[in-house]
Design a protein around this ligand. Structure first.
Ligand code: G3P
Length: 309
């Protein structure tokens, strides 16, 4: 968990810049106490995972992607579209991110308009890059161009597969409504490569090993430090970096922290300035559980039996 001195001080500033997430209706005297609270989405294509979370008021949005829809049982694009339509209808008016699968600008825009027609709560998910990794003849800036066209067409977007703050800034400048930094994948990648010798950068730093053992303290180069220093925290530090940049420049694109691996990342990304968290349902179902709450409730329940007549 982050130490208190590591928690950034800029988040208050960012929240003042952002719109209310839970506005108080005009007819209410009691102002909603969490009007600028971060929002929580479920990261899933499975409608049965969404329902209990929605009923409990835990989530106010959903994000999907082709992998999640395939995992939920879609074996054709038509089937995936039907599943997406059902989720959009269930969530209305809360936002649902639907990812484009076309790979060229004009086709992506046509597909975005089709998906956006499912409901006014649809947000179009656009991969920020990687097009040339699929086909070297593709335009590497396709994602940014599509984001910009969709902004001009008043269609909300979610720039996905963000792994550094420059990608987040380019996406925001293109007009993205949300940017999705993949904190878990980044942490996984860097953790896996932890023992690999890094090429020497311009500066060397002594960094304590992520296991916190003095004997493992090594000299690391700037690439290591820029990636987040203690690598297990790299994803969280990415959220922190983007939120500092967006706060300093009053950028209203929302930071949608994605790719969660554990409960601690949920709490740390809130401490670092995420505006929205999109979290797999199993983590959401358990993250607010606590054994002491259970023990305490059982004791209260036991003692309340003394009042029975
Ligand atoms: O929302 C993005 C998310 O689905 C990616 O998560 O677990 O595949 O890294 P993951």
């Amino acid at each position: 968990m982050l130490r208190p001195e590591e928690i950034p001080a800029h988040i208050g500033l960012r929240r003042t810049v952002m719109d209310e997430t839970t506005p108080t209706p005009a007819d209410k005297n009691l102002k909603h106490p969490a009007e600028k609270a971060p929002r929580v989405f479920a990261d899933t294509g499975t409608i049965d995972e969404i329902r209990p979370l929605l009923d409990a008021g835990i989530i106010d949005g959903v994000t999907t992607n082709p992998t999640l829809l395939k995992r939920a049982g879609a074996s054709s694009w038509d089937m995936a579209k039907k599943m997406m339509k059902d989720i959009v209808k269930l969530l209305d008016p809360y936002p649902v991110s639907l990812e484009l699968i076309e790979l060229t600008k004009d086709k992506m825009i046509i597909q975005a308009e089709e998906l956006a027609s499912y409901g006014s709560n649809v947000v179009i998910k656009v991969p920020v890059g990687g097009y040339q990794a699929v086909d070297s003849s593709f335009d590497k800036h396709t994602g940014l161009k599509v984001l910009n066209v969709l902004w001009k067409k008043n269609i909300k977007t979610n720039a996905t597969l963000i792994f550094n703050s420059a990608q987040a800034l380019w996406a925001a400048r293109a007009g993205a409504t949300y940017v999705s930094p993949f904190l878990g994948r980044l942490a996984d990648y860097l953790y896996k490569h932890d023992e690999v010798e890094m090429p020497v950068g311009n500066s060397l730093y002594y960094m304590e090993d992520h296991r916190g053992k003095k004997e493992n303290t090594k000299v690391h180069n700037t690439a290591y430090v820029a990636a987040g220093g203690a690598r297990k925290n790299a994803g969280i530090r990415l959220i922190h970096e983007i939120s500092v940049i967006f706060s300093n420049y009053e950028i209203k694109t929302e930071i949608l922290a994605a790719s969660f691996r554990n409960d601690v990342q949920v709490q740390e990304s809130l401490l670092c300035g995420a505006d929205i968290l999109t979290v797999p349902a199993p983590i959401l179902m358990r993250v607010a559980d606590h054994p002491l709450t259970e023990e305490g409730f059982k004791a209260f329940n036991e003692d309340s039996k003394a009042f029975e007549k």
